[in-house]
Design a protein around this ligand. Sequence first.
Ligand SMILES: NC(=O)c1ccc[n+]([C@@H]2O[C@H](COP(=O)([O-])OP(=O)(O)OC[C@H]3O[C@@H](n4cnc5c(N)ncnc54)[C@H](OP(=O)(O)O)[C@@H]3O)[C@@H](O)[C@H]2O)c1
Length: 307
Amino acid sequence: MEARPQLGMARACYGVLVHGRGKHCLLHACARHRRQHGTVATRARTSPKGSRRQAAATYLSHSARGFTSESKASMGTRVGIIGAGSVGSTLGRRLLASNRFAVKYGTRDPSSERVAALLASQPSAAADTIPAVVEWAEVVILATPSWEPSKAREQIQRLAGSLGGGIKGKVLIDVINGLSGWPALSLSWDGGPSTSEILQETLPNTAVFKAFSTVGVEQLGAPDGSLINGQQLTMLLAGGPPDRRHEAEAVVAGVGFAPKYVGPIRYTRNLDAIAELWIHLSIPGAGETPEAWGRNFHFQVIEKAST
Ligand SMILES: NC(=O)c1ccc[n+]([C@@H]2O[C@H](COP(=O)([O-])OP(=O)(O)OC[C@H]3O[C@@H](n4cnc5c(N)ncnc54)[C@H](OP(=O)(O)O)[C@@H]3O)[C@@H](O)[C@H]2O)c1
């Protein structure tokens, strides 16, 4: 039987935290999600007095479609996305739009209404159990919740175990930001290790990279910079052995970003530091900075054009 990770979580959607502060339009981020994903509606859930509110995305449509045959699934590089949430579904939508990738979502409940609605909005995608999708995929994206850094090792090891034997030899792109509680929202970049380093330790025969973690989900859905100034956005990635780097870069490019590789797995901590800075600047009250930049900004690599 599949081992199911029990991750402590739920501050994964940074828009939810903005909701939680209660100082801004409560549906700010999720309204964007709705525009991006089509049939998504939102509801606010209020936790006990004194704690922050959270919002949950509820997918309304009940019609589900997936691959009708493996011939569809064989159109392009096979990408398995573990975690069919806000980030996972955004990356999947972008990869499908490129027409160079086949996408399957690895989810804890492939027959849920939420997954059915996602597949209705992405008819060429499919969904299955987590180990089945990992087995099928050539590249796996891990877009599952964040958790308290103090529990990270145990929870990431459990998550790694839930991927099954099919992960051996594959490229795994880790998108997780392991955040501490509100209001610190810190990532363990200074003391390390990063979630990617723990994954690499746990899965020594897998090529672990980190990407897509240094910016909010709206920008993941608009890599052409259309939410900012129209400039093509770069995406930092790190990790993996050099001979697998092109596979991770192809997925980053498939989503629509200009990939900028920064170095081996140790540099995933640097990406975590950038992710923490993005989160603190975008969420009023997070961390120690008084700055509040909103969500339409990006840390961009700018180089002199080659002649
Ligand atoms: N939101 C952002 O702006 C943003 C940007 C960059 C990076 N990130 C990072 O990306 C990750 C995903 O964020 P998100 O906003 O997409 O979160 P999300 O909307 O909550 O989606 C996470 C998905 O992970 C799956 N999941 C939940 N609990 C799980 C568990 N115990 N074991 C395995 N899978 C589980 C769920 O999919 P199923 O129910 O289908 O299994 C869920 O939909 C987080 O680590 C976050 O820090 C977020």
